[in-house]
Design a protein. Sequence first.
Lengths: 299, 299
Amino acid sequence: MLDYSLLAAIAAVVREGSFERAARSLHLSPSAVSQRVKLLEDRLGQILVVRGSPCVATEAGRHLCRHVEQVGMLEQDLLGAMPALAPDGLGRITLRLAVNADSLATWFLPAAAAFAEAESALLDLRLEDQAHTAESLRSGEVLAAVTDLAEPVQGCRSLPLGAMRYLATASPAFVARYFPAGVTASALCQAPCLRFSQQDRLQLGWVKQQFGQELTLPPHGLPSAQAFVDATIAGLGWGMNPASAVQQALAEGRLLTLLPGAPLMLPLYWQYTRQPLPMLERLTQAVLAAASAGLEPAE
Amino acid sequence: MLDYSLLAAIAAVVREGSFERAARSLHLSPSAVSQRVKLLEDRLGQILVVRGSPCVATEAGRHLCRHVEQVGMLEQDLLGAMPALAPDGLGRITLRLAVNADSLATWFLPAAAAFAEAESALLDLRLEDQAHTAESLRSGEVLAAVTDLAEPVQGCRSLPLGAMRYLATASPAFVARYFPAGVTASALCQAPCLRFSQQDRLQLGWVKQQFGQELTLPPHGLPSAQAFVDATIAGLGWGMNPASAVQQALAEGRLLTLLPGAPLMLPLYWQYTRQPLPMLERLTQAVLAAASAGLEPAE
């Protein structure tokens, strides 16, 4: 068997981002953690953790962390059946997942809460970065992801979750100021839109769907799903918001849809590693249940 | 004078993260953008943009981008006084700011909306990463930041904004399950807490304030301010939430405070570049006004 006290040290440094915090979480001194990492690195003849702020795993380090996580999940299942086996202070395992921001803001949390209530595992959610999701899954940096990437990443299964309905929305004052003659292509080139990040193509995608052409939209950058809704209401710009997140503001007249009856449907997928891990299967069931309650059928 | 058509190409590539998107925003072909960047790089004898996904500026590239931004702000002020000077399709300038997530979720947006209503500039907000805020300000990657970093960064002014009141909160079911005998140090070592990121020390800070010692808290990672509140209500863990964000849930009994009357006050600061930029002064006024409405006096 491998020396798991060494492997646990690597995993803690990567999870916590520093040797000091890893030491606290393992109830060791920082120098003991550092020695363990160093010992493994000497044995393998390669760097496993790039020291920095935060400390990050090298590719080899990520491989080891993924292994620690998978063994941890198998141990948890074993302990469920044989609780007497548990050593004192058995560390809890942490499952790393990537979730797109609008899912985190709308339908995903009930899945996380239902899973966490039944299991002792901890969840480490990351915001999905579309540009890196495939790489994060492939390298084992995350075990699973809610993503708009349909094609299975190497080593992963991809299950359809349903579609999120997006509405192009703006405040009444914003519509009066920027779209006095209606929502035209030339008006859209002047009216500030919101975008979550450089990768956020929803506003451009909706415009292309409606007008058949790519336009240059002047964007405010706003990297928060809730702030996106709040900023639309405050009149900072127009933006594509999940229908469920703006339902109430629409009903109260604090928001208007730019072109009534013109939603954008975004299909979402649950991609997760093919390794046979019962705990991940149970998480998958919780995610599928929450998605079927919170998303619409994909076309 | 410098050749601003070349400088504008660099700035667009960095702002948009790719040559294709930069080309669209400048109404040029990608190869024209690429040639302009290349020309400047050849002239300077150094790389300005690291080609990747996304493309990012080197230190020299960031210097140029900062200069373009500052010239853009001065142009906007000039055009305010002399509108006839405006060339057709003058590009709008974009101000990059860093804001901590809880401020973005609570008091900051009115400042952004008030500023954007009066100015044609676009805002590109980034979530403050405490570990990198000083470096982002120093390098000019952002012009200003809402941060808990009090000491002025080199080249910046630091103005106190007031303090955010945080409350340790959990759902009634969570309290019944994990704190049946009250909130003790040993119960806190078992009860999952929420943390925004590896850098989020609020939960640990509150525990230290209340119990006089550092404890090892088992964390769920949840990188979204609104999801933090929602996850607390859903019973995923306990967490430090801004008082203004949980007021209603507390009044309705969906949340409880862990130790009544034990808030944590976090002083916040507005750090901004000392360059004399009238537009930034106006943004500063809007930020100070919103902070005085949304934050409490610091002790």
